[in-house]
Design a protein around this ligand. Structure first.
Ligand SMILES: [Fe+2]
Ligand SMILES: [Fe+2]
Length: 126
């Protein structure tokens, strides 16, 4: 249960980081700043995901665990696309961040929400 507590705390941190990225995507085309923020998010997400994968890999018999692991792969694919935006011209970068950029942040939020609901159901059933 300690791990679940830790993951939930990290979700709160991730939610704040997602909110900050959302705001930045709406107004900034400063590539250095975007790169730094993406790098910061990615580093935190990587370590969070590793812990979750250990947790969910032990529960692979559950459809929910399989779905979570698949979503991690899906999110990673979208994340790689986002990095490529930084090579685009200003107008294209702006459009990409406002559309695909926000879409991936929505996906992250939905993913976290599903995990939270699952973790809460575990702690309630104890
Ligand atoms: Fe996750
Ligand atoms: Fe998570």
């Amino acid at each position: 249960m300690e791990l679940i507590k830790e993951l939930k705390k990290e979700h709160a941190v991730l939610s704040k980081k997602i909110q900050a990225l959302r705001e930045m995507f709406g107004f900034s085309l400063d590539r250095e700043r975007i790169k730094l923020s993406l790098g910061d998010f990615e580093k935190f997400w990587n370590s969070h995901e590793e812990k979750e994968e250990n947790f969910f890999n032990e529960r692979k018999d559950l459809d929910f665990a399989k779905m979570i692991i698949e979503e991690h792969l899906d999110l990673r694919g979208h994340w790689e696309v986002i990095q490529k935006y930084l090579d685009k011209r200003d107008v294209a970068l702006k459009v990409a961040l406002e559309t695909d950029g926000k879409m991936i942040l929505d996906k992250f939020e939905k993913h976290i929400k599903k995990e939270e609901e699952y973790f809460n159901s575990l702690s309630h059933s104890q």
